[in-house]
Design a protein around this ligand. Structure first.
Ligand code: SAH
Ligand code: SF4
Ligand code: F3S
Length: 474
């Protein structure tokens, strides 16, 4: 069985999926680069920063690696499988390089940070290894690699946020964009490699975030997703105003850019999401009523081992609180099955937690031990793989039912939907999302709408993954 990345109604988590950018028009470039991104939205967003740095240094993007002078893989270490995917991909580029020895190959992102110089020994064809805080040094590293040396920079920084760099939007639908608001993570969830690959948490200058969002709106974008590993601990001191900008305040500032600019965010750690954030969400129609609130496990003992710092009851109370402030709020989660010492009963606790929260959608994984993490050092990875996978199957099945139930509740309702493009199945239908982040599909016929328009859609049918409806004529 394959590791399950997502099910239910959403597909914006592109973990493990590669993508190639469109070719940039209108500028002359000496050389061409090709980039693939793996992992979380942060990595996809970082690739847009890398593209900007490379553009400024004479490299234009190509979606075809056969014509590239430089191939970059922006990598993920979150689970073993994510790293294996990248290693397999490198095998392919080995063949390309055999026929074109001048081709430079660089590994960026979390795997570069985790493995550092070791990656050059393990993967002989790699010319450059560049960690997530070192992208400004890429031009120099490329020059070094061009002279035949191996180039490495994996220094982590306490203050790098790339705040002044305008990302070059890659593979964009022209409607929704990621905006990075912070980097790194100060939590130490026992299973997680991110604090090691991304370093200390730091927040980006609030003004530069608001400027970027306003600029996106002026270019036709209608939705921004504010990104960070733990957005609720965003904190920026506005020296000029002598005022601290919390995440709630930042949300408000971005919401005020324009009422037609939707604001989303990801990811919230349950321990940090405040009432102030919930009230701000409730106050602004354009802040989407949707929270991704990773639970990981429904068992207090396992949560403690995971170092998540909340209990089952505390998390349940948070769910209640969210729904009391915003009864129509959509919710999704992340679940890990088979963490160290997890019993059958504790697994049942996870299933009952999912029933309790009635998640619209989940990202579900079985536990994958990562070297260097707290769990790898302290606990034994003692749940057999077949048990982990069977438990994952149960979690996936349950989520399928919950997603369908959640969608059925929307039958007969009307939603304001932002059109993102053609439906994946048919160019006769539009595809968009409602505030709760559910995908809504409806026929184009009879309306004169375009990507980026808001339309009122009445829901007539659904599947587990999609709401189906028709535009309401008013
Ligand atoms: N910062 C985010 C999550 C980042 S990683 C947060 O705190 O919610 C995304 C998800 O990958 C995690 O929520 C977790 O469910 C999963 N994950 C992380 N490490 C894992 C591991 N070692 N094995 C399996 N799943 C893991
Ligand atoms: Fe990892 Fe926990 Fe930080 Fe999320 S909050 S990135 S799971 S350490
Ligand atoms: Fe992967 Fe790094 Fe993101 S490990 S999930 S790419 S922060």
């Amino acid at each position: 069985m394959v590791e399950v990345k997502s099910t239910g109604v959403h597909d914006e988590n592109r973990q493990g999926e590669a993508y190639a950018p469109q070719v940039m028009e209108g500028r002359e470039y000496r050389k061409k680069f090709y980039i693939e991104s793996y992992g979380c939205a942060m990595n996809f967003s970082d690739s847009e920063i890398v593209a900007s740095i490379l553009n400024d240094n004479g490299y234009g993007a190509t979606g075809n690696y056969a014509e590239a002078d430089l191939v970059l893989l922006n990598t993920c270490s979150i689970r073993e499988k994510a790293e294996q995917t990248v290693r397999n991909r490198l095998q392919l580029f080995r063949q390309v390089k055999d026929s074109r020895p001048g081709l430079l190959i660089g590994v960026l992102g979390c795997m570069a940070e985790r493995l550092k110089g070791k990656l050059l020994e393990e993967e002989k064809l790699v010319d450059m290894v560049v960690g997530p805080d070192a992208y400004r040094t890429l031009p120099g590293l490329i020059e070094e690699a061009e002279t035949g040396q191996k180039a490495v920079n994996v220094l982590l920084s306490r203050d790098e946020t790339y705040a002044d760099i305008s990302p070059v939007r890659l593979d964009s639908n022209g409607v929704s964009a990621f905006v990075s608001i912070m980097r790194g993570c100060n939590n130490m969830c026992a299973f997680c490699v991110v604090p090691f690959t991304r370093g200390r948490e730091r927040s980006r200058d609030a003004d530069s975030i608001v400027r970027e969002c306003a600029d996106l709106f002026s270019k036709g974008y209608r939705e921004v997703t504010l990104l960070g590993q733990n957005v609720d601990s965003y904190y920026w001191m506005d020296e000029a105003a002598d005022k601290a900008v919390t995440f709630a305040l930042l949300l408000e500032k971005v919401a005020l850019v324009h009422p037609d600019l939707r604001v989303r965010f990801s990811t919230s750690h349950p321990k940090d999401i405040t009432d102030e954030v919930l009230y701000t969400m409730a106050r602004y129609e354009n802040i989407c009523k949707y929270i991704h609130l990773p639970v990981q496990s429904g068992s207090t003992r396992i949560l403690q081992l995971m170092n998540r710092t909340y209990t089952r009851e505390w998390y349940m109370a948070k769910v209640d609180r969210i729904l009391s402030v915003m009864p129509d709020c959509g919710m999704s989660t992340d679940v890990i099955t088979g963490f160290c010492t997890e019993t059958e009963e504790e697994h049942q606790d996870t299933l009952s937690m999912m029933e309790y929260a009635k998640y619209d959608m989940s990202y579900m994984f079985f536990y994958s031990e990562r070297p260097g993490t707290l769990a790898a050092r302290r606990y034994s990875d003692d749940v057999p793989e077949d048990v982990k996978k069977r438990r994952l199957d149960e979690v996936v099945k349950l989520q399928g039912r919950l997603s369908l139930e959640s969608n059925k509740k929307d039958l007969g309702k009307e939603f304001r939907v932002l059109i993102e493009g053609d439906s994946k199945k048919s160019a006769e239908d539009w595809r968009g999302r409602n505030s709760q982040n559910k995908v809504v599909v409806f026929p184009k016929a009879g309306g004169h709408y375009k990507k980026g328009d808001y339309v009122q859609v009445s829901i007539t049918d659904c599947t587990q993954a999609t709401l189906i409806g028709a535009v309401v004529n008013n």
